[in-house]
Design a protein around this ligand. Structure first.
Ligand code: GLU
Length: 424
């Protein structure tokens, strides 16, 4: 059975098609009707803006910006802000829907949102990125706020971007509002532990997945795609837990060491050169091969749509832990399932970021800073609970972990929606 969001909307492709297919699967399993499906497939609000920029050389460029608020049933909308040339409305819609499921799955009181600007950060100076951010935020200002929609970092944005957002919003309303954004610098009310929270959660979940398959960290090998906000610390935590991280990649290339990479030294190399490429003592390999290497665990921690019908059949790992959002296409998911590769879905595996975003928002509301230990303990508790919820549900209903995670999330969001009722 298939539905369309509006009568004449063309069928989605790419990540949005995958997100819709996941939703349809959950709706079918739960036996919900087409009205509920339509509610959950349709974002509550979408705003498209143009973002004009005066470049450093005096010329003007104009970029497309988006903010999609997928759902508010369980609380304010929450989700990151992505700067990448490939950003478009459908991608932001998919990412916003996944945020709704992610927040529901780890039981933080938020709906889902995502924003984006179609811009290549590598072609802009810091002052240009600041102007783009301030203008984009001014454009979407009417629909964000600490009780409405709370942005956070995603690809291409970081804690500096969040500081500009907090400042722009605060200047507009006339007082400092730390709760309007998460992933801020700690000195501006950011949470201890937020910067590495996504990676810490990815590593926690990877270790639980390994243990569920009888694999000890010391005898497990891994490859990590992406060495940015998620991949870098995920590799570090896995390595610290005893896992042999044989390969990592970034946008420029990939490096391999059969004995395991020294992640601390690799990080220092990246800080110095801007890329993993050329790290001494390693073999340069084709970045496209990182997901199909002879390792036990692969962690795609870069962008969506990287495990496809073309390469899923060649994956040699027994476990895929999705550090990125949407790295596995629908076709690849089916192939991996047939081949008994355990795929730990994004909305579970990478939820640590939004969990600590929630802690940051709570700390902003309390005007009280928690210790890093407190943050990390509470993060681990939530990730472990969500892991067991998914494993138990999948086992009881013979579903994949992605199906089980989506069903649990859709059920929680629908329950909130039904309790609140449809207004008017
Ligand atoms: N961008 C991150 C994600 O995809 C974090 C979102 C947040 O903390 O609001 O989960």
């Amino acid at each position: 059975m298939s539905w369309s969001t509006t009568a004449d909307a063309p069928a989605a492709t790419g990540p949005l098609a995958d997100a819709h297919a996941q939703l349809d699967g959950a709706i079918g399993h739960l036996g919900y009707d087409g009205g509920i499906r339509q509610m959950l497939a349709t974002p509550r609000r979408e705003l498209m803006v143009s973002v004009p920029l005066r470049r450093d050389d005096g010329s003007i460029a104009v970029y497309s910006g988006y903010r999609v608020q997928h759902n508010f049933s369980r609380g304010p909308a929450k989700g990151g802000l992505r700067y990448a040339p490939s950003v478009d409305l459908d991608e932001v819609r998919a990412l916003a829907m996944w945020m709704t499921w992610k927040c529901a799955l780890v039981d933080v009181p938020y709906g889902g949102a995502k924003g984006g600007v179609a811009i290549d950060v590598r072609e802009h100076s810091t002052p240009e990125l600041e102007r783009v951010t301030r203008r984009y935020i001014s454009e979407i200002l009417p629909i964000i706020g600490p009780e409405v929609d709370i942005p956070a970092p995603d690809i291409g944005t970081d804690e500096r971007t969040m500081a500009w957002i907090m400042d722009t919003y605060s200047a507009a309303v006339g007082h400092t509002v730390p709760g309007v954004v998460t992933g801020k610098p700690v000195s501006l009310g950011g949470s201890l532990g937020r910067a590495s929270a996504t990676s810490r959660g990815v590593a926690n979940i990877a270790l639980m997945a390994m243990s569920s398959r009888g694999m000890s960290p010391e005898r497990t090998t891994a490859a990590v795609q992406g060495f940015g906000k998620v991949g870098r610390d995920a590799a570090r935590f896995l390595s610290a837990a005893g896992v042999t991280v044989r390969a990592v990649s970034d946008i420029d290339g990939a490096v391999y060491d059969h004995r395991g990479l020294d992640i601390a030294r690799l990080s220092a190399h990246v800080d110095l050169t801007g890329s993993v490429v050329g790290f001494e003592g390693t073999e340069a390999i084709d970045a496209a091969s990182i997901l199909t290497l002879d390792v036990d665990v692969v962690v795609p921690a870069a962008i969506e749509g990287v495990l496809t019908a073309q390469n899923a059949g060649k994956v040699q790992a027994r476990i895929v832990v999705e550090g990125a959002n949407g790295p596995t296409t629908k076709e690849a998911d089916a192939i991996l399932r047939d081949r008994d590769v355990l795929v730990v879905p994004d909305i579970l595996a990478n939820a640590g970021g939004v969990v600590v975003s929630y802690f940051e928002w709570v700390q902003a509301n309390q005007a009280y800073q928690w210790s890093e230990r407190d943050v990390n303990d509470r993060l681990e508790e939530r990730m472990t609970r969500a892991w067991h919820d998914v494993v138990d549900y999948a086992g009881a209903h013979d579903l994949s972990y992605r199906e089980a995670a989506t069903v649990l999330a859709v059920q929680r969001v629908t329950e909130a929606h039904k309790l609140r009722g449809l207004y008017p």
